[in-house]
Design a protein around this ligand. Sequence first.
Ligand SMILES: C[S@@+](CC[C@H](N)C(=O)[O-])C[C@H]1O[C@@H](n2cnc3c(N)ncnc32)[C@H](O)[C@@H]1O
Length: 269
Amino acid sequence: VITSPRNPRVAEALQLRRRSVREDRREFLAEGPQVVLEALAAGAVQEVFVEQTPAGATSPPVSAPIRDSARRAGVPVHDVSTAVMRRLATTVTPQGVVAVCGFVDVPETAVPSGGMVPVLVEVRDPGNAGTILRSADAAGAAAVVVVGASVDVYNEKAVRASAGSLFHLPVVRGVGVDEVLELLRSRGLRVLASAADGARTIHEVDLTGGVAVLFGNEARGLPAGVRAAADDTVRIPIHGLAESLNLAAAASVVLFESARQRVEGGGLP
Ligand SMILES: C[S@@+](CC[C@H](N)C(=O)[O-])C[C@H]1O[C@@H](n2cnc3c(N)ncnc32)[C@H](O)[C@@H]1O
């Protein structure tokens, strides 16, 4: 059992809290049994840290399925003390499992030519980014594209908020703001800019077929140039006094309006 945070395996894993180290090593940390199981199923896990089961525990440890899955995949599992798990985990009440995973994003050439593709432009909040990944997965989106100086999808809060969806659908990152429209159009996608003052409502616009919807920064919205270059601007109608919706709430509404239209058209089960 590893009891010191200075243990080389633990120290190397702790360095992954820094974005620059994640980028260099193309590795990140995933935390909690559900996310780690999804990561194992996706073949993304390189090693797992599991909190030692307390002596005399009567119920099976939460880590039992993880140990099984890791063993089948040939992934090393390190037992660690409660104190070490508290260092590795970022939650207030750690769930006893942290994994080192390899990056799972796909290259720009993997942007699909059909389906719904939400595009995050200079999004800053990791919780929003992770929540949008989760909603995109749930709504049957084809991929998620992350653009410009956006938050790192491998930030631990984003990974946690995605609840495993990071491992379920293609994520393309590192696309420049200047090149994103050309990239989306080269794939044959229609490009819609979402904004609270968009010209047409999401209920009037066809959100089926190959369509990319751009979502903007939490404070500033979309850059004017990007918005102007889109094929159309769309809005979620607001019936009360709120000026706009939270970014992740807005993306979820658009994604599920697209799913609704696709189900009605027979394009989604
Ligand atoms: C909190 S809003 C940004 C508000 C900012 N004050 C602005 O001027 O755009 C962040 C993003 O959420 C999306 N959004 C928020 N409310 C929306 C609405 N009613 N319709 C469509 N998109 C919306 C847009 O993508 C927007 O760029």
